[in-house]
Design a binder for this molecule. Structure first.
Ligand code: GLU
Length: 597
């Protein structure tokens, strides 16, 4: 998020957890760059303050889970438009002692009263415009982030959640420097934020986004974190904070003196106190697939990330790909992405039966899908989803459109014992539903807009329509890769449905094209989600466009950037290569406990 000079040996005040830290006091941010190599543990996030907090927990003997939760709580302060306790996410954990991968599904959950027509305007029978649905109470699911932190620390951590919230509370109190990304995210949301005094008083001081370099404080959020520390997470699911969430959803705190105008009515939602009280995290088994000598673990439903990444990797494995022919490898990457998106759209939602998921990640299914790919001529997009009952290449009916989000944040942590956390969490759009819960300092999610508003797969069934107490399908793809049974790579990214292709492309760059991890992260990206034109960063199109167009691919309009990934690679001698974005979203912050000299 903030670009700052890279430093060799980074040291944040060890007193961070117990006493004011000069490094974080009013307006200065610790300096950390996009790559760090060394020993003793590693942290990669989009933000130097969050990375510093995570490193400090590791230095003081905490494990990867402790550090991840402390860093995540800090991101709730410094990246409030991407993530926080008003949202949800997916937490993937590698336990070094047990040599097993476990997950937490902390996805937001729709109200018990939600029906398939949730986003249909009763006045005219038409679906709401996305923006109207987003900035409303209708889009808010019961948040899962705090329950995720509690579950992770209880099951696998060594510190209390209460203690892990303290550094973030101090950052919220003291403030942090506003950078260009933070300011821009507010500017992009000014019309929506301006409708709610609780949001505009925090993020539109004097009616405009704060100046770059000014200090952003959030004392209400500091108080909320401390209240949770004192009373436990129940305060957000059953207590005073729960009541404030429900009031905000059911009676949106629309300003009598808004800043700017909003084109839509701001509709109330139906989330209730019992929906919050009923919220539970789940612990689904991770998805698992093999690619060459690697075992790839990902997030299962309600995320489509693990299934789609696995299917695409399996398809890639059917071709002989290597760095000797980059254009061929990218051609297969784009074809494999399109095919797996067609299947994801048709089959994957919160309630997809296990046998279907198993089939989609199987090698035999990959063969059936891959046999359509020609090495020289691109398939016409959209490609139809595969027919689960077929035994050959026969496809079924035409696929539906793909959605795309823009927000979310990702972090990767490893500790000296070899435990790993890969965690992606979100409030959906940048700025969530635009409503800061009055007096509590955090934005609510608009995650329920990840449901399809109408059937995209007709005449077939759409697996991602709203339903009572249902979780919307996600694309979040926190991924942990083992090589010969030992940790090799952990990675994840934000970016809505492009998350799947970003994770896939980084794996392709690293494993097939033989790039170093920092090269694989920096390389220009493209995303083919089963649409006519490939969405690509300008550098991808100019570098690889001619060779791909010659194979029959076409490009949609360029997008400035795709994703904001974080990753850690595990070296053979027990070291870490922590990697964050060098440029995208203003650049991320990677750090290690003991830097290599
Ligand atoms: N809500 C999206 C998902 O769960 C993530 C949003 C984003 O990364 O932009 O897939």
């Amino acid at each position: 998020m903030r670009i700052l000079p890279v430093l060799g040996t980074f040291s944040l005040s060890a007193a961070l957890l117990v006493a004011p830290s000069p490094a974080l006091a009013g307006g200065s941010a610790p300096a950390l760059g996009p790559t760090a190599t060394g020993y003793g543990g590693a942290v990669s996030t989009v933000d130097p303050t969050a990375t510093a907090v995570g490193l400090d927990v590791l230095r003081r003997g905490g494990n990867a889970v402790d550090a991840a939760v402390a860093a995540a709580a800090t991101l709730g302060v410094t990246e409030p438009f991407s993530a926080g306790i008003g949202g949800g996410g997916f937490f993937v954990y590698y336990d070094a002692r047990k040599r097993s991968v476990q997950t937490i599904d902390g996805r937001e959950t729709g109200p018990a009263t939600m029906r398939e027509t949730h986003f249909i305007d009763p006045a005219d029978g038409q679906p709401y415009d996305f923006a109207e649905a987003r900035v409303s109470g209708l889009s808010v699911g019961a948040p899962g982030t705090l329950a995720t932190w509690e579950s992770a620390t209880r099951k696998w951590g060594t510190r209390s959640l209460a203690s892990l919230l303290q550094p973030a509370a101090r950052v919220a109190d003291r403030g942090f420097p506003v950078d260009a990304t933070f300011r821009q995210q507010i500017a992009d949301n000014a019309a929506a934020f301006g409708q709610f005094d609780s949001t505009s008083s925090l993020y539109l001081p004097g009616g405009a986004p704060p100046a770059v370099g000014s200090t952003q404080r959030n004392p209400d959020l500091a108080d909320t974190y401390r209240l949770i520390a004192r009373q436990g997470t129940d305060v957000l699911y059953r207590g005073a904070v729960a009541r404030d969430i429900v009031r905000t959803v059911q009676d949106p705190p629309v300003s009598e003196t808004p800043v700017g105008t909003w084109a839509y009515p701001i509709r109330p939602g139906t989330l209730t106190l019992s929906d919050l009280a009923r919220y539970r995290v789940n612990h689904p088994a991770p998805t698992r697939s093999d690619f060459r000598n690697l075992t790839v673990y990902g997030m299962s439903t309600p995320s489509s990330g693990g299934v789609a990444v696995s299917e695409a990797l399996n398809i890639l494995e059917t071709a002989k790909l290597s760095k000797a022919d980059v254009a061929k490898a990218l051609h297969y990457y784009l074809e494999a992405s399109a095919l797996s998106f067609a299947d994801r759209n048709r089959y994957v939602g919160a309630y997809t039966p296990q046998p279907v998921l198993k089939r989609l990640v199987s090698d035999s299914w990959a063969q059936q899908r891959a046999c359509q790919i020609s090495p020289t001529a691109a398939l016409t997009k959209p490609v139809p989803p595969g027919d689960l009952n077929a035994t050959g290449c026969t496809p079924a009916a035409v696929g539906g459109p793909t959605e795309q989000g823009q927000s979310t944040t990702n972090l990767t942590v490893a500790d000296r014992w070899g435990n790993i956390v890969e965690y992606t969490f979100t409030i959906e759009q940048t700025g969530g539903n635009a409503m800061v819960v009055p007096g509590r300092g955090f934005l609510l999610n608009n995650e329920l807009t990840d449901f399809n508003f109408t059937n995209t797969q007709a005449p077939a069934a759409d697996p991602n329509l709203p339903g009572p107490g249902k979780r919307p399908r996600s694309s979040m793809s926190p991924t942990i890769v083992l090589q010969d049974g030992k940790p090799f790579l952990a990675l994840g990214s934000p970016g809505g449905a492009t998350i799947i292709t970003t994770v896939l492309q980084i794996l392709l760059n690293r494993v097939v094209l033989g790039q170093s991890l920092p090269e694989a992260m920096a390389a220009p990206r493209a995303s083919q989600r089963n649409t006519a034109g490939i969405q690509a960063e300008p550098a991808f199109r100019t570098t690889y466009g001619p060779a791909l167009i010659a194979r029959g691919h076409s490009f949609a309009a360029d997008v400035p950037e795709l994703g904001a990934a974080t990753a850690i690679e595990f070296t053979r001698n027990g070291g870490f290569i922590a990697s964050a974005e060098p440029v995208r979203r203003g650049g991320g912050a990677a750090g290690v406990v003991h830097p290599a000299r």
